[in-house]
Write a protein that binds this ligand. Structure first.
Ligand code: SF4
Ligand code: SF4
Ligand code: FES
Length: 903
């Protein structure tokens, strides 16, 4: 930080000279009202709300009004916030902004957490002077996720600046007509950008609100809240989940500087409604019939006592639940609940991150990369928030243009004016077009093996000591050389890859590029994406493969097979899964939603979701983060780890499962070196006083159960965390990992986050939540991979299957949220138009497709971006029966044609 002394109302304060006065005042804790400024969007001076009086020197008593957000915080600057003229200016501005505002706070969903309300109170505006007709607008239908109420707009421009300039959306704009300005789409329709839900938080008033919350509305102050982690991809964005009357009402962003910053993707924000899906399992089921907890435990214990037990873990269950299962069945009989191919990829990914010299970056580091190579990943659909960060990374290199002209980074429009369309180098090599292509310096569309070859060629171009790729075309060699040069010319190079195109070669090629950079003394970051919220955590437990589970069960018929939070039919071919299940005398399934595995189970135990249980997830960075139970479901729903612990106790086993989450994390840290620091992820439940999940304005506590009893019951205990199901609070400022919501006197909106950061937009005071469990091996002498794949060869009549990811539909749990379900695509098979015409099929035609030996009807979708010899199938939205994607499929335009066998 470049320290400047600023005199604020004659008190000398220290601030960052690189920032503007508003930023510095807010960071120092002053209450200065603002609307159009946002720490990540910078300043445009549109609202005139942040006026202060600035003085030339100590003798200057007159001063002049300036906008704090447009004035640099230079050393020796003298300002007054309290000055009567400045305060009067701010009051006049808010009076103008409120002139046409409908004053409909009682029926506005934003009411009680509205930045406009807060700023109105802060400026002291109380009386409405204007008594004429107000300007009114027609609202638009923007889809099932975001509501529109334009009359509340104060023209701050934040929405379009976020949507268009920050998130890359194109279908929301400011429309100017005579003396009005309208923020919306050119016509009614679903907002196209995958970050549209952030408008709810970016808009300082109630123009954009959460349409899913409307179905079960509650005021912020009436929500019982807890810190949580998004479970809908492998990135682990931090969220705050809110409950009222025993149902989950909404998810909002929880700032974590290192992970998601201020934003969430729409899957993460709106996918929560699966928790209240009618597919939920809320009571134990014994042979399909509802049973009590004690009956279920008795049955469970009897099954466990009968003989050998196998356990299948899950990449969407917490570390604690997986560990509880592993402890119950023994490490030898603990298997991964993912396909063998996925486990191989995850294990390869872990080895690369642990044994190689390249560090896995936080998302903040991703944003600050200035040259990026993406190999094989459709980042916007697989790990959406990383795509938002990558979109900012291409601004890093061009920012030097502004720097050379001494334009501060926060002066947003001036920066954009000089930078124009200049972008830093981002190269994307994927099997199909992605939503980041519009900002890419170059793209390459190819089958995974060819993508890997490009990566290996880049590594060789960086370090000639890395193996050469033979048989590359001159164009590809040129592209590899250009990518290598960009990475070598940058300060913070980054390589992104992952498991989603199912190729170990792609992972190894990405590692090769990063390692080559490290070897030539130009350290690079390597970000590898994992498919699910705890894929990395599961892989760290070193489970055996699913096919080994099948062999083990065949070799030695098992008395009991326990499946943890997993629909095995999504993990392998139906025939193989049925064979595995047939070899167990008893099948126990613990899960949230009904699925094919729970249907087949003799005993189903209702597992708590992220909202009803506490646990830890490890994201793709290797960061362990804890989610906390939001509410006591007051039913038979329990955390999976608790069911397993109680089952083992009921069976009379002596295990280290203990009774509380702290017991479990301690046992885990003792048993597995990789988890030694797990207890530090959050303070133990008895380490600090209790922290209230309910705000101090929570209403109706004494009345909400009056229909059952007029005596207010004692709130339930939470033995697993320092959070309490009540309004009574311990420390004033909870540690960041345990902070259930951001609130500060006078700051009821999400902008209260400012009060919890070391400086606005910076890390949280007390440290951003999460502990990194995986670090690169800096002394690594890892040899280069030498096994370079051969170029992909297309074969007539047979297609290589690649999964096409969709933000809505490709993830298992969020699919059950009604808003998300409406936006998910129908099953299809995508082909290159040239190939489709060669095969005699056309767009929209229903054709027979042979996948894994079974015929399916799928509609043809033509995509020019798909390479020849490759067929795209939508990940997660396949017809029932197709679960994992085999390597090849064959297409049969009509039933009468014979089809070639699939691999
Ligand atoms: S809609 Fe909201 S964010 Fe957009 S200009 Fe109006 S008040 Fe600002
Ligand atoms: S990017 Fe992933 S973790 Fe973040 S909100 Fe979206 S689905 Fe959730
Ligand atoms: S916040 Fe300064 S002008 Fe809007």
């Amino acid at each position: 930080m470049n320290v400047a002394t600023i005199y604020i109302d004659e008190v000398a304060r220290q601030g960052d000279a690189k920032q503007n006065l508003l930023h510095v005042c807010l960071s120092l804790g002053y209450d200065l009202p603002y609307f159009c400024w946002h720490p990540v969007l910078g300043s445009v001076g549109a609202c005139r709300q942040c006026a202060v009086k600035q003085y030339r020197n100590e003798q200057d008593k007159a001063g002049k009004i300036v906008m704090a957000c447009m004035t640099p915080a230079l050393d020796g600057t003298r300002i007054s916030i309290a000055d009567a003229e400045a305060a009067g200016f701010r009051a006049a501005v808010i009076q103008g902004l409120m002139q046409n505002h409908p004053h409909d706070c009682p029926v506005c969903d934003e009411g009680g957490e509205c930045h406009l309300q807060d700023m109105t109170v802060m400026t002291g505006h109380r009386t409405r002077a204007y008594s004429f007709a107000k300007r009114t607008f027609r609202n638009q239908y923007l889809g099932p996720l975001v509501n529109h109420e334009m009359n509340r707009c104060i023209q701050c421009q934040r929405c379009v600046r976020f949507y268009r300039e920050y998130a890359g959306g194109t279908d929301l704009n400011a429309f100017h007509l005579r003396d009005t300005i309208y923020f919306g789409r050119h016509e009614d329709g679903v907002l196209e950008n995958e970050f549209s839900g952030n408008l709810v938080e970016i808009c300082p008033t109630g123009v954009f609100t959460d349409a899913t919350l409307k179905h079960h509305y509650a005021r912020k102050w009436d929500l019982q809240m807890a810190p949580s982690i998004c479970v809908h991809c492998g990135v682990g964005c931090n969220t705050t989940a809110g409950e009222r009357y025993g149902t989950l009402r909404r998810i909002v962003n929880r700032y974590n500087h290192e992970v998601n910053g201020y934003f969430l993707c729409d899957r993460g924000r709106f996918g929560y409604e699966f928790v209240e899906s009618d597919q939920r399992i809320r009571h134990p089921l014994v042979e399909g019939r509802t049973a009590t907890t004690s009956e279920a435990l008795e049955r469970f214990a009897a099954m466990l006592r009968e003989g050998k037990v196998l356990g299948i873990g899950s990449p969407r269950a917490s570390l604690e639940s997986n560990f509880a299962l592993r402890t119950l069945v023994g490490a030898d009989r603990f298997f991964a609940g993912v396909s063998d191919r996925e486990l191989r990829l995850l294990s390869a990914m872990l080895r690369i991150l642990q044994e190689g010299p390249a560090r896995s970056p936080s998302l903040d580091e991703v944003e600050h990369s200035d040259a990026v190579l993406v190999l094989g990943e459709d980042v916007a659909n697989v790990a959406p928030i990383m795509a938002l960060r990558l979109r900012q990374s291409v601004r890093q290199a061009p920012m030097q243009i502004a720097e050379r002209l001494h334009i501060p980074a926060w002066l947003d429009h001036s920066v954009r004016e000089v930078v124009q369309d200049a972008k830093g180098p981002l190269y994307i090599a994927t099997p199909y077009a992605t939503k980041l292509d519009d900002i890419a310096a170059d793209t390459y569309r190819a089958a995974p093996d060819d993508i890997a070859r490009l990566g290996f060629a880049v590594a060789h171009a960086i370090d000639p000591g890395a193996p050469q790729v033979m048989g590359m075309s001159p164009e590809l060699d040129k592209m590899a050389a250009a990518i290598a040069a960009s990475l070598l010319n940058s300060h913070h190079p980054l390589v992104v890859a992952g498991t989603s195109c199912g190729s170990q070669s792609v992972l190894e090629a990405a590692a090769q590029v990063a390692w080559a950079l490290c070897k030539v003394g130009h350290p690079a970051a390597l970000s590898l994406l994992a498919p699910e919220c705890n894929s990395v955590g599961l892989a760290m437990m070193e489970p055996h493969s699913l096919s080994e589970a099948d062999n083990a069960a065949k070799r030695d018929p098992t008395s009991c097979l326990i499946v943890l939070e997993n629909d095995l039919f999504c993990r392998g071919p139906e025939k193989e899964i049925r064979s595995l299940l047939a070899n167990a005398r008893h099948l126990v399934s613990l899960d949230h939603l009904r699925n094919q595995t729970t249907e087949a189970a003799e005993l189903v135990l209702p597992a708590g979701t992220f909202a009803e249980s506490t646990g830890t997830l490890v994201n793709n960075e290797g960061r362990a983060q804890r989610f906390f139970q939001v509410f006591d479901p007051n039913s038979e729903v329990l955390a999976s780890w608790r069911w397993l612990g109680e089952g083992s106790q009921a069976a009379g086993f002596t295990t280290k499962l203990g009774c509380t989450l702290d017991d479990l994390t301690k046992a885990m840290a003792e048993e597995m070196a990789a988890f030694a620091s797990l207890p530090q992820v959050a303070p133990a439940q008895d380490a600090i006083g209790k922290i209230a999940r309910e705000p101090n304005r929570y209403s109706g506590r004494t009345a909400m159960l009056a229909n059952i009893s007029v005596h207010e019951p004692k709130p339930p205990d939470d033995p697993d965390s320092a959070l309490a199901f009540s309004m009574e609070s311990g420390p004033d400022v909870p540690p960041p990992s345990l902070n259930p919501f951001f609130w500060s006197p006078g700051w009821n909106s999400i902008q209260a986050t400012n009060k919890f950061q070391t400086e606005v937009g910076g890390p949280l005071r007390g440290g951003d939540p999460g502990i990194r469990l995986i670090e690169a091996s800096l002394q690594s002498d890892r040899k280069y991979f030498s096994n370079i794949s051969a170029a992909f060869q297309a074969h007539a009549g047979e297609w290589l299957v690649v999964p096409i990811f969709h933000i809505f539909g490709s993830e298992e749990l969020s699919r059950w949220a009604p808003g998300i379900a409406q936006l998910a695509p129908s099953p299809y098979v995508a082909l290159n138009p040239e190939e489709a015409s060669r095969s005699g099929v056309s767009a929209g035609q229903l054709i027979k497709v042979t996948i894994g030996g079974t015929l399916f009807d799928l509609q043809v979708l033509l995509r020019v971006d798909l390479p020849c010899g490759v067929a795209g199938l939508p990940a997660g939205v396949l017809p029932r029966g197709i679960t994992t994607l085999p390597a090849f499929c064959s297409l049969v335009p009509s039933l009468t044609e014979s089809c070639r066998g699939a691999a």
